[in-house]
Design a protein around this ligand. Structure first.
Ligand code: 26W
Length: 815
């Protein structure tokens, strides 16, 4: 992109004057952040418009990624890098005596997602634009994103994330494109003006959906795609009548009820939701997005929908937007008089579905009562889809009554969203090889028998622009100095780094870079939470959502074990280690919150015990989020990927660690398997039971955690320490955790996630790590091997896979 310093300066000053009535000398850090961002957007604008024109000019197929979450993080630095003007902007700011890093820190994260699924959506958008594919995101403009986490007395406390309290300089409000979404009411049957019979809804609650567009800037290309986020409001504002009668609460009720829909992101990851407001959110953005697409289509092609599926492919990011399926049926049938069969033909050629989890509790289902009450006409359509499905089931599986019942979209008084997705979509994909195999052979076995041709795998990926070029500039420079540019858009080029494995200078340089990045993280944590980290120690890191299946508990139990050992055995002298945790727990997930309290309690104890000073330290990073992740991955030595085999669909932090030269300590789960395959098992640390072994124990009911306690006194001791007063004088705080491992609580089996079964194997892997770290050069060589083989895990590769097998998009060059 062309860049003119003087013009940029002039834009900056103009913006400060117009928006804040200030000149540069008076502007504070936030004003400057806003003005720099707005000036950059100004530069991007022509490309954004040109991209839209290009897509409109000769209609080509476009992808729409429907997702309840887009975990975008910060935009400024990434956007400047993608349009190739970061250095120039930096220079301009320097000339004006402004520190870029300082103003960068003024930008709040766009935390519109929980974890992996939301961040994946963000990486995909970056790759689509970079690869010149016409692909856009549709989602919700949550007023409050993922909550801000503070640790108070060792406990997680949630605070609202008011990320929009200052305006967001990257978004453009498009009031002209607002649409209406209807809830509740009753179904009426009447005639259209031209005499056709038609269903419609009476007495519905009407909600206005207003889109806000964000530019998605491709790297080193003119393509700028769009992320369109919907905001909810009431079309009629508040009730002036009631206001005048001084009935203030009721006067704003309607307004609040509408605005609540896009108020806040549900902080549940992989857990049950079941709340009517969440279904409202899902329908709200699904309906608004489809209305937007259909309106545009009808403007170009009229009401002949035979070309719709040729021009649109809609990817459903998990089940959250699956209500879009009956909603498109409704729009076509009720609003454009299309026949059922024609509408079904359009729908079944337009939608594709990605499954991101096999945890049963995360497979969404809605009580009929809630669904029908909120969406009476859509429910009627779901009933019809279901009726036809059941006929198909009876034909395909005669006499298999179990299947007729359990594969029905509606049964047990519930609407099964995943079933509707699999039935209606032309493609169903998992997100790593193992995950897809498990879907086919276990979780979705019956569906795989019915529709084998629909199932396919798309192993996840991450964008190297954000996670290497932007987050780790030193490593990026190291790479470019050796293999040149090109890897930024073709990550498999990293393979050329293998030439440097035996180059001493390169290995030393790599060690130096890692140490500097560790120092930078240490500086940040000193500043942010007054923690002291020793960059000479091993940075052993587990950052991800807190969930039992991810087994942060296994990690902290091992820390407790090492602590015991160091205290008991003066001859035990492993290298210094810093155990770093970062995790948010869903606000209602009690056991996850206990684990956070446990980690902080153990940290408090260990960090204040002189006997182990300089040997181990435990750090809990508060409020883990994208912008903090960007500081953590470059500084990590060990990547903890320790989920119970078979339960982590893919994982994506594992890929970010690998790309930044951390070694994986992991189970054979999710994409870990593919990471070990690419990097070589000898360049990582594999441990733990395999999926088949666990499945076998499950089938035979043969897992008895007590056996593991009986034969491992060190393990028995740490488990006992949860309740014996070592960490908690009341003996109560961690009792539930203890009992869940040893006895099982609330009707659960003991140790559902096989923590005790994998403990010994985990400890041994940790010993290997300690030993391996003694040889720093050998360690760095293993790190380089990982970096060199991370090519597969670019989201560019993932997107090309989706394009080839599912989306069939053509690149569009923007002139
Ligand atoms: C109903 C509440 C709820 C909320 C979020 C259920 C399920 C989810 C997501 C599916 C959870 C999620 O983020 N899954 C993660 O998706 C990543 C991207 O594919 C994978 O890498 C992770 O393994 C998977 O846990």
């Amino acid at each position: 992109m062309e860049f003119n310093k003087e013009e940029f300066k002039a834009n900056l000053s103009a913006r400060l004057r117009r928006q804040y009535g200030k000149d540069i000398s008076q502007a504070n850090k936030h004003d400057l952040f806003d003005a720099v961002s707005a000036s950059a957007l100004e530069l991007i604008m022509p490309n954004w418009m040109a991209t839209r024109n290009e897509y409109d000019k000769k209609p080509t197929k476009q992808l729409y990624y429907l997702s309840a979450e887009f975990l975008m993080g910060r935009a400024l630095s990434n956007n400047l890098i993608n349009c190739g003007i970061k250095e120039s902007v930096n220079e301009v700011l320097k000339e004006m005596n402004i520190d870029f890093n300082m103003i960068e820190d003024e930008e709040p994260d766009a935390g519109l997602g929980n974890g992996g699924l939301g961040r994946l959506a963000a990486c995909f958008l970056d790759s689509l634009a970079t690869l010149d594919y016409p692909g856009h995101g549709y989602g919700i403009r949550y007023e409050y994103g993922m909550f801000e986490q503070r640790i108070e007395d060792g406990y997680q406390v949630e605070y609202p994330d008011n990320w929009l309290q200052h305006r967001d300089p990257w978004e453009i409000k498009r009031s002209d494109l607002a649409v209406t979404v209807k809830f509740g009411g009753n179904i009426a049957y009447g005639k259209t003006p031209d005499g056709q019979p038609r269903f419609f809804i009476e007495n519905a609650e009407e909600v206005t959906a207003t889109p806000y567009d964000m530019p998605i800037i491709g790297y080193d290309t003119k393509t700028v795609n769009t992320l369109r986020l919907w905001q909810a409001s009431s079309p009629n504002g508040f009730d002036l009548q009631l206001f005048n009668n001084m009935d203030y609460n009721r006067a704003v009720e309607r307004q609040n009820s509408a605005e609540n829909i896009s108020r806040v992101l549900y902080p549940n990851d992989n857990g049950p939701s079941g709340k009517a407001l969440r279904l409202k959110q899902q329908y709200f953005f699904s309906s608004a997005s489809l209305q937007d697409l259909v309106r545009h289509y009808v403007g170009d092609h009229g009401t002949d929908f035979s070309k719709f599926a040729e021009l649109h492919v809609i990817q459903l990011n998990d089940t959250h937007p699956v209500v879009a399926i009956p909603e498109l049926m409704r729009i076509l049938i009720d609003e454009y008089n299309v026949s059922w069969d024609e509408a079904w033909d359009v729908v079944t050629h337009t939608f594709a579905y990605t499954n991101h989890t096999i945890l049963a509790e995360a497979l969404e289902k809605w009580p009929i009562e809630i669904f029908q009450g909120l969406l009476p006409r859509v429910y009627q359509i779901v009933e019809e889809i279901n009726r036809r499905l059941v006929i198909e089931l009876r034909q395909k599986f005669p006499n298999d009554y179990y299947k007729h019942e359990h594969m029905a979209i509606i049964h047990n008084n519930m609407v099964y969203m995943a079933w509707m997705a699999i039935h209606a979509c032309f493609s169903v994909n998992g997100v790593a090889e193992l995950h897809t195999e498990l879907l086919k052979t276990a979780e979705l076995k019956d569906w795989y028998t019915l529709y084998p041709e629909k199932f396919n795998n798309k192993t996840n990926g991450i964008t190297q622009r954000r996670w290497l070029l932007n987050a780790n500039p030193k490593l990026a420079a190291f790479i470019t100095e050796r293999i040149g540019h090109g890897w930024e858009k073709e990550l498999s080029k990293l393979k050329d780094l293998e030439k440097y494995i035996d180059d001493d200078a390169s290995i030393n340089e790599l060690i130096k870079i890692k140490t500097e990045n560790k120092q930078a993280l240490a500086d940040y944590l000193k500043h942010a939470q007054n923690e002291f980290l020793d960059p000479e120690s091993i940075f052993d890191v587990q950052v991800k959502r807190l969930h039992e299946y991810k087994r942060q508990l296994l990690n902290i139990l091992h820390v407790m074990y090492i602590y015991n050992r160091l205290v008991e055995d003066p001859d035990y002298n492993p290298p210094a280690r810093t155990f770093i945790f970062g995790a948010k727990a869903a606000s209602g997930y009690r056991r996850a919150k206990s684990i956070i309290k446990l980690i902080n309690t153990v940290a408090e104890r260990i960090n204040n015990d002189r006997r182990v000073r300089g040997k181990i330290r435990v750090v809990f990073v508060e409020n883990y989020r994208v912008s903090v992740a960007e500081k953590i991955f470059p500084a990590a030595d060990v990547s903890e990927q320790i989920s119970t085999a078979g339960l982590e669909a893919s994982g994506t932090s594992n890929m970010k660690f690998m790309l930044n030269g951390a070694l994986t300590l992991g189970t054979m789960d999710g994409a870990n398997i593919e990471i070990f395959e690419e990097a070589g098992k000898e360049n990582g640390f594999v441990f733990g039971l395999l999926t088949e072994e666990i499945k076998k124990m499950e089938a035979e009911h043969s897992y008895n955690p007590q056996e593991y306690l009986d034969c491992n006194p060190a393990l028995a001791k740490v488990v006992e320490q949860l309740v014996d007063g070592t960490y908690d004088p009341t003996h109560q705080l961690f009792k539930e955790l203890h009992d869940s491992l040893v006895y099982g609580v609330e009707g659960q089996r003991p140790d559902v996630y096989y923590v005790l079964a994998d403990f010994d194997s985990y400890c041994k892997a940790k010993e290997k790590i300690a030993a391996a770290y003694g040889d720093k050069k050998q360690w760095a060589k293993m790190a380089l091997k990982n970096i060199a083989n991370a090519g597969k895990f670019s989201s560019d590769r993932t997107i090309e896979d989706y394009v080839r097998d599912i989306w069939h998009l053509k690149k569009v060059e923007v002139k």
